[in-house]
Design a protein around this ligand. Structure first.
Ligand code: FAD
Length: 381
């Protein structure tokens, strides 16, 4: 069967590998000039790793295990609010991986033969008819397919084409800064894998090790208007977090603006009525863009890739619409549940005032065993 995948991000590449390994004739279109993933670190949760296992893609990635035993939420000075035991949660559910985004993308795309990939091709629209789908780029038709997997990311053109009545993306009024740097020798390890929250401003800072030699940090704070550039955003964060745990400002200061990424946070305004329209399926952020608060965006995309691959085993062109409906039935309820949970988590960590004071008081009262069980349940999702 001829299958086109649009978008060579983490989700699209994983799906292209899975479908190619089934023996389908896959073409992967990417608008960029090369296959790459920019950015800092990324957490792949145990559910994402299990999905990559079924695609035969997890082996390399499992080497990047997160060596952190603590975790949970702390206040801005680093005092514990909700303490989880990562080691215990990992024994129940499996281990998350913290990996450099570029390394993850490299490992995922390694099995793809070069002739499967067409870079510098922006897919403008899809024209489905009774027997297949014509894929249209800026210069005209570029392929004819029996099935199309649209993995064109959070700003998906194809989602808008398939569901013109859907309101699309909504800004959450927050921005994230992300940075990666060499791990200082004298690092206070009790903060690793923790998130610090500040009930006065609603800002958040998180910290993870990437291998043994690097650190990945991220912040989340209010965004008024247009996102600032990296240098200005870094200054804003240093001023906002001036009286936080000293490690926070030390790490931000040690990261040059060129290594800092600034993202306004957006999510789907509402869940899609379907991930599928006939022979076309949406996958990853195109289907369920969510705030990054649960670190689940890519893991959900990997679950999509594993599911669409499984449902297209031995498929013939005449089966596609029916098989993709099974993909939708499997993935839409759980991905939408995760999207709602991520929005809830985002609201919880960004609270201010009395609500945040109550949140902190309640979190302090949750026993570590219960918090760990809840963390494990979340990863299992
Ligand atoms: C600040 C931040 C932190 C995050 N942290 C985590 C984390 O720790 N863990 C986690 O799991 N997730 C995290 N996420 C989410 C995660 O990055 C995304 O969910 C994931 O990258 C989505 O992958 P994707 O393949 O669906 O889309 P993308 O990675 O966006 O890929 C889309 C691809 O399609 C291409 N494309 C777009 N349009 C077209 C077109 N018309 N024609 C051809 N090509 C096209 C693009 O160039 C791109 O290569 C985070 C997100 C943010 C913003």
């Amino acid at each position: 069967m001829r299958i086109v995948v649009v978008g060579a991000g983490l989700g699209g590449v994983a799906a292209a590998v899975g479908l190619h390994r089934l023996g389908h004739e896959v073409t992967l279109f990417e608008r960029g000039a090369e296959l790459r993933e920019a950015g800092t670190g990324i957490v792949v949760m145990p559910n994402g790793l299990r999905a990559l296992d079924t695609l035969g893609l997890a082996e390399d990635i499992r080497g990047h295990v997160t060596h952190a035993t603590g975790g949970g939420l702390r206040d801005w000075r680093g005092r514990p609010l909700l303490v989880t035991d990562l080691t215990q949660a990992q024994q129940v559910i499996g281990t998350p991986v913290m990996i450099d985004r570029a390394e993850l993308h490299r490992a995922l795309r390694a099995p793809l033969p070069a002739d499967v990939v067409r870079t510098t091709t922006l897919v403008e629209r899809l024209e489905p008819d009774a027997t297949g789908v014509t894929v249209i780029s800026e210069g005209g038709p570029v392929a004819r397919a029996d099935a199309v997997i649209a993995a064109d990311g959070i700003g998906s053109k194809l989602r808008a084409q398939l569901f013109p009545g859907h309101p699309g993306l909504r800004r959450t009024g927050r921005m994230d800064l992300r940075g990666m740097l060499p791990r200082p020798a004298d690092l206070a390890t009790d903060l690793l894998a923790s998130q610090l929250v500040d009930r006065r401003s609603g800002a958040m800072f998180g910290l993870f090790p990437v291998g043994d030699s690097r650190l990945y940090w991220f912040t989340d704070s209010v965004l008024d208007g247009t996102p600032p550039d990296a240098a200005e955003a870094r200054e804003q964060m240093l001023s906002l977090m001036a009286d936080w745990h000293p490690l926070v400002t030390a790490l931000i200061e040690a990261t040059p603006p060129a290594d800092i990424y600034v993202d306004p946070i957006t999510r789907l305004a509402e869940p899609l009525p379907s991930f599928v329209a006939g022979r076309i399926a949406l996958l990853g952020d195109a289907a369920h863009a969510m705030p990054p608060d649960l670190g689940q965006g890519a893991s959900q995309a990997f679950e999509d890739a594993a599911a669409v691959t499984r449902h297209l085993i031995d498929a013939e062109p005449a089966d596609v619409a029916e098989r993709l409906l099974r993909y939708d039935a499997e993935r839409r309820p759980s991905a939408n549940r995760m999207m709602r949970a991520a929005s809830r988590q985002s609201r919880l960590t960004s609270q201010t005032g009395v609500a945040a004071w109550l949140r902190d008081t309640m979190l302090r009262a949750v026993p570590s065993r219960l918090a760990t069980r809840q963390l494990a349940a979340l990863w299992k999702a």
